[in-house]
Design a protein around this ligand. Structure first.
Ligand SMILES: Nc1ncnc2c1ncn2[C@@H]1O[C@H](COP(=O)(O)OP(=O)(O)OP(=O)(O)O)[C@@H](O)[C@H]1O
Ligand SMILES: [Mg+2]
Length: 173
C-alpha cells in the first residue's frame, strides 16, 4: 500500500515533525523514502536565520543574528569555504546540509532506501514533480513552514501541494 514516500523539508521545525512521521512510516512499511528540498529563492533574512538555527548551524553562545549579513557570515563560517556575501552559494550549501541531516536520520532509523532531490524553482511545483517521478503513494510535509504567519492554518506550499497532488498528502501538525 505504501511503497514510496516523499518528504518535503524546508528547514523549519514543522518540517522536522513531518520528517519524524515520514521516517517512522518508511521504516514500518519498508518503503522507499525520497527527500526533497527546494532552494530558498527570496533571500528572507528572518526565514534564513531560522533555517540555520533549526539545523544547528548557528553558535548558540553568540547573540541571535539580527541582520541578513550576520546570518550569512555565521553560516558561511560554519560551512566553511564560502566568501561573505555569496548568498546563492550559502543557500545551496544550507540546502545540502538539510538533506544530509535528514538522510542520516532516516538511515539511522533503519530506512534502507533513501533518495534525495535538491531543486530550485517554484516550491510546490517542484515537490509535485519529485512526487510524480518517485511514483509516491504519499507526500509528507509540514502543515506550516518557515514563515509561520499567524492566522493561517495551512501554509501556501502545503495548500498548493494538497490541492494538486495525484496521491495522498499528509500535512503534519
Ligand atoms: N522550499 C521548500 N522545500 C521543501 N519543502 C518545502 C519548502 N517550503 C515548504 N515546504 C514544505 O511545506 C510545508 C509547509 O510550508 P509552507 O511554506 O506552506 O508554510 P509557511 O512557510 O508557514 O507559509 P508560506 O510559505 O505560505 O508563507 C513545510 O513544512 C515543508 O514540509
Ligand atoms: Mg514557506
Amino acid at each position: 500500500m505504501i511503497k514510496s514516500i516523499v518528504l518535503a523539508i524546508d528547514g523549519s521545525d514543522h518540517a522536522k515533525h513531518a520528517q519524524n512521521m515520514a521516517i517512522d512510516l518508511a521504516s514500518k512499511y519498508e518503503a522507499e523514502l525520497t527527500l526533497v528540498h527546494v532552494l530558498t529563492q527570496d533571500h528572507p533574512s528572518k526565514e534564513f536565520a531560522r533555517m540555520a538555527d533549526v539545523e544547528g548551524l548557528l553558535d548558540s553562545k553568540q547573540p541571535k543574528v539580527s541582520s541578513k549579513e550576520d546570518t550569512y557570515t555565521a553560516v558561511a563560517r560554519f560551512l566553511g569555504g564560502v566568501n561573505e556575501g555569496k548568498e546563492a552559494k550559502v543557500i545551496a550549501l544550507l540546502g545540502e546540509q538539510i538533506i544530509k541531516n535528514a538522510s542520516a536520520k532516516a538511515r539511522q532509523a533503519g530506512v534502507a532506501n533513501v533518495a534525495a532531490e535538491i531543486r530550485s524553482g517554484d516550491y510546490a511545483n517542484s515537490i509535485l514533480e519529485v512526487a510524480k517521478k518517485a511514483d509516491a503513494d504519499v507526500i509528507v510535509m509540514g502543515r506550516r513552514g518557515l514563515s509561520n504567519l499567524k492566522g493561517f492554518v495551512t501554509g501556501s506550499v502545503s495548500h498548493k501541494v494538497s490541492q494538486r497532488a495525484d496521491c495522498s498528502v499528509l500535512t503534519v501538525k
